[in-house]
Design a protein around this ligand. Structure first.
Ligand code: FES
Length: 129
């Protein structure tokens, strides 16, 4: 469950997703944010000290990628995989390298890793079409 860190004086709203150590190295985790009246699903992949965030929406037909909240990666955890039709994406930039949406990319979400955990600012969340 994401925590809203709004301070009431700043236009930027920050959401704390979880503590960095809540995602093991080489693993992933999904989150749902309530933002400006809409729900946004996103996920985070941890690789070493780096965290990569993406909107949980496959560019093929727009479905969520995962079938469980912590299952966004291939078995060897080297790539992101869509559970619906098997498209695979690079962790570092979200580019699809194989599958029905090859050449397209996931939508990145800029993350901030701070003392209080993994943070997403409202300005980093893309507006729905
Ligand atoms: S919906 Fe993801 S590959 Fe088809």
């Amino acid at each position: 469950m994401a925590v809203d860190l709004r301070d009431g004086q700043n236009q930027t709203v920050k959401y704390r997703l979880c503590r960095s150590e809540d995602i093991e190295d080489g693993h992933s985790r999904g989150f749902e944010l309530q933002h400006e009246g809409t729900k946004t699903q996103l996920f985070v992949v941890r690789r070493g000290s780096e965290m990569f965030g993406y909107i949980n929406e496959c560019p093929h037909i727009g479905t969520p990628l995962n079938w469980k909240n912590t299952t966004f990666l291939t078995q060897d955890r080297s790539q992101i995989i869509c559970a619906t039709h098997g498209a695979v994406f690079r962790i570092e930039d979200g580019r699809c390298t194989a599958g029905p949406c090859a050449g397209q990319s996931l939508t990145p979400v800029k993350l901030q890793c701070e003392d209080e955990g993994i943070i997403v600012a409202n300005t980093a969340i893309p507006k729905p079409d």
